[in-house]
Write a protein of this length. Structure first.
Length: 243
């Protein structure tokens, strides 16, 4: 059962401030394809199309950052065919990145790029460079990303940088995460009917608001973003303080 009304609306209702940063776990592509008797690759392609639609919409309504979970460090365990398909989808998006240049959207990829082919890493750098001057939405794509893995990388950087134990602070750790320089998410959205983080942004989401829905990611729409933002605006964010 969905957790909200999907009444169509062109923009979120008025209320509290918009979340500056929305993080999304794009879940349900495989189940979407299975229900239609299609290969999993069809679900991932449909999910990629939804990603572009939602990015454009978030840019249009004034969201500053959107971070999506595209490929986790655990996803290498999937079939080679599925892994190759997900990498090809990323490659295609990067090659088409100039489309977003016209829409004033920036791009950043976060994750461990060490296992990726050099040509893909070069494409990532080129796409980020092509879009660096955009002033609208910044889209962060988490690819070969894991929250625990990110913390391990940050700890190793602290050691390499020679930071003494007494100088290790929350800021020192944050400055060495893949998301350094990006504000923490205000709102985490998970479609697909699951209720967990799945190793996603586990440091950054300490005070984020969460919103879940049974809608599978390929079916996720602008009105679903509206519903999530409406719920977010109705919440009282105290960050541990008294009401």
């Amino acid at each position: 059962m969905a957790l909200f009304s999907r009444k169509k609306r062109s923009v979120p209702i008025t209320g509290g401030p918009l979340p500056a940063h929305i993080a999304i776990i794009m879940d349900g592509n495989g189940r979407w394809a299975k229900r239609r008797g299609l290969p999993r690759s069809a679900g991932h392609s449909a999910g990629a199309a939804t990603f572009k639609t939602i990015a454009r919409y978030c840019n249009r309504i004034g969201i500053k950052y959107m971070t999506v979970y595209a490929f986790s460090t655990e996803n290498w365990k999937r079939s080679q065919e599925e892994v190759n398909g997900l990498i090809d989808l990323l490659r295609g998006y990067l090659l088409d990145s100039k489309t977003f240049q016209k829409e004033n959207i920036r791009l950043k990829l976060i994750g461990d790029f060490e296992p990726l082919d050099p040509d893909l890493v070069a494409l990532i750098a080129k796409a980020e460079e092509d879009l660096k001057d955009a002033t609208g939405l910044q889209v962060n794509i988490a690819f070969n990303y894991g929250g625990r893995d990110e913390l391990v990388h940050a700890a190793r950087r602290l050691v390499r940088d020679g930071v003494p134990p007494e100088e290790i602070t929350e800021d020192a750790i944050s400055d060495r995460l893949y998301t350094a320089g990006i504000p923490d998410p205000d709102l985490v959205i998970r479609p697909g009917g699951e209720y967990r983080l799945s190793n996603y942004l586990i440091w950054q989401t300490a005070y984020a608001e969460f919103w879940f829905t049974d809608v599978l990611w390929p079916d996720f729409s602008e009105r679903d973003i509206d519903a999530a933002i409406e719920a977010y605006r109705a919440r009282d964010r105290r960050f541990g303080g008294a009401k």
